[in-house]
Design a protein. Structure first.
Lengths: 293, 261
């Protein structure tokens, strides 16, 4: 029982973690909570569904690659249209936050308009196949999700270390103003970070719908909000925090729904969110920002 | 041809004229200093030169090329790098990474080639590491290479910032109050170091409050007050200029100063 809960928790945690990294990445650079991330999660799943059912026949891999490219483009465009103009005017981040909520609403409305509000069947991989892991029934898609996530996390930590763009992103997250004054192409890099965050949300969105084997218009806000809670739990602005927060939250939810009740699990995520904000607002890995007066 | 030519530079913020019809030149192989009392507009001039602000009027010509109103990244690639008055290092990154960030725009592979190992990237990264080694030796920080930048003592952080600016291979190095917060011994060492930097760059533009340092090492001094140039010349000329003395000491102070001589 416990092992089963852990397996389920880690699968769900992987999905949270990927979306949470998107929140954390943007926050670390702009101190902006990019609410549109949750809508990109949904939009990507809808794009995947639309492509799969119409254009790309039945190639899941091809559909997935096209979806990723679309998500990256959407992320970049969101930054250029809705965030950059506010940023460059030097207005407060609150305006950018509201703008990102606007983008979220627009994307959700577009999805609802084109997709409709009913639940539809979503393609999945190796349906019905599973392995028995010491009594825990682990489905093939769970294994795929977990390994994909670990590969992506490994790639992300490699990517931020030893190349030009990764170094630039790290510098950006430490001192945006200095980067700008030093003459780094700040706008391009911020655009790239939005694209990266959106692509991660896309992987997460598609993976979640494959896991459920269904898609409906409500998946975005359901998972998006929990991923946000995970980000805060781990310490917003810290990439490893987003990952750890995602796994802790998902495992906690699964423990509660396993040992107590399914409906209580939703209270847990947001209960934890509020508790963290009260007791340790910086989250698990977050550092207190020191501002010199 | 001058290395840097500033012509009739003017910027207004609302009704305030922060820099007023400023013109000066920098010659190759020289240290030019920009001085003036607090609020004289020195920082605004830097921000205009480096492309952070766009001037309302006037021109900035770097080595024959018009860079007026170019964005900060263009200005760096055209050959003007700077350091900051309050040190702005990337605190959680190593000394090596800080230097590598300084040559960001010179590394010749793009976002796509960053994503996976390939010959072009490996070649460039190897070159970047070699240049970093050379620069760290130049600013005498080799043994701190893998340490976090904030763990360095203050004077070394300054040198790291200079190293980060040098690695961009600038024609002009712009030093914004490099001696701030240093003791006399450190200042002495710094002035020798700055002088030696003329081997690495074509010209140095120095903004500094420490008059002894400025008078010691400058070839030419431009004095600003209320956003306008009040004097330009060799250190001794500037020192004896009545208007400069008044700007610093006030009219009465200048009078007393003259009386005491």
């Amino acid at each position: 029982m416990l092992l089963q809960i852990l397996v389920n928790g880690i699968s769900l945690g992987s999905i949270y973690a990927l979306t949470a990294i998107g929140y954390s990445l943007i926050y670390s650079i702009l101190q902006l909570i990019n609410m549109s991330n949750a809508a990109v999660f949904l939009t990507s799943a809808v794009i995947f569904y639309a492509l799969y059912t119409s254009l790309t026949g039945s190639s899941i891999l091809l559909t997935f690659i096209l979806t990723l490219m679309a998500a990256g483009a959407i992320g970049y465009i969101i930054e250029v249209i809705a965030i950059r103009p506010i940023r460059e005017k030097g207005d407060s981040n609150t305006y950018a936050l509201i703008s990102s909520i606007g983008v979220k609403t627009i994307l959700e409305q577009i999805c609802q308009g084109t997709f409709g509000s009913e639940i539809k069947q979503f393609p999945t991989l190796l349906d019905g196949k599973y392995i028995d892991l010491f009594g825990a029934r682990t489905s093939a898609i769970q294994i795929i999700i977990i390994t994909t996530t670990l590969l992506i996390l490994g790639f992300m930590s490699w990517f931020t270390q030893n190349n030009r763009v990764g170094r630039g992103l790290r510098a950006l997250s430490q001192n945006l103003n200095a980067c700008h004054l030093m003459g780094m192409p700040v706008n391009t890099l911020i655009g790239v970070s939005f694209a990266v965050g959106s692509m991660l949300a896309a992987v997460s969105g598609v993976a979640y719908c494959m896991y459920l084997k269904s898609i409906s218009i409500s998946v975005g806000s359901a998972i998006g909000n929990k991923a946000f809670a995970a980000t805060v739990l781990g310490g917003i602005g810290e990439l490893k925090g987003a990952v750890v927060g995602g796994y802790i939250l998902a495992i906690a939810e699964n423990l509660v729904s396993g040992y107590w009740s399914m409906s209580a699990s939703n209270f847990i995520s947001f209960g934890i969110l509020i508790l963290v904000l009260i007791i340790r607002p910086t989250g698990i890995f977050g550092r207190k920002e020191q501002k010199k007066v | 041809m001058s290395l840097l030519e500033v012509k009739n530079l003017t910027i207004r913020f609302g009704g305030l004229v922060a820099v007023d019809d400023l013109s000066f030149t920098m010659e190759e192989g020289q240290i030019t200093s920009l001085i003036g009392p607090n609020g004289a507009g020195k920082t605004t001039v830097i921000n205009l030169l480096t492309g952070f602000y766009t001037p309302n009027e006037g021109k900035v010509i770097l080595d024959g090329e018009d860079i007026t109103g170019a964005s900060t990244d263009i200005v760096v690639s055209k050959g003007l790098s700077r350091t900051f008055q309050n040190i702005r290092l990337f605190s959680n990154m190593t000394v090596e990474d800080n230097i590598l960030i300084g040559m960001q725009h010179r590394i010749g592979y793009g976002s796509f080639l960053s994503l996976f190992p390939n010959p072009k990237k490996i070649e460039w990264e190897k070159r970047a590491k070699e240049e970093t080694t050379a620069i760290l030796e130049r600013v005498d920080l080799s043994k701190y290479r893998y340490e976090k930048s904030t763990s360095l003592p203050y004077g070394k952080q300054r040198k790291l910032e200079i190293g980060r600016a040098l690695v961009a291979k600038p024609k002009i190095l712009l030093l914004d109050e490099p001696a701030a917060g240093m003791n006399p011994v450190e200042k002495k060492e710094l002035s020798l170091f700055i002088r030696s930097l003329l081997k690495d760059v074509k010209g140095i533009l120095l903004i500094e409050h420490d008059m002894k340092l400025v008078m010691d090492i400058s070839d030419k001094i431009v004095v600003l007050n209320h956003g306008a140039k009040i004097c330009e010349g060799k250190p001794e000329e500037v020192q004896n200029n009545q208007e400069v003395i008044e700007a610093y000491l006030g009219r009465k102070g200048a009078h007393n100063n003259a009386a005491s001589k």
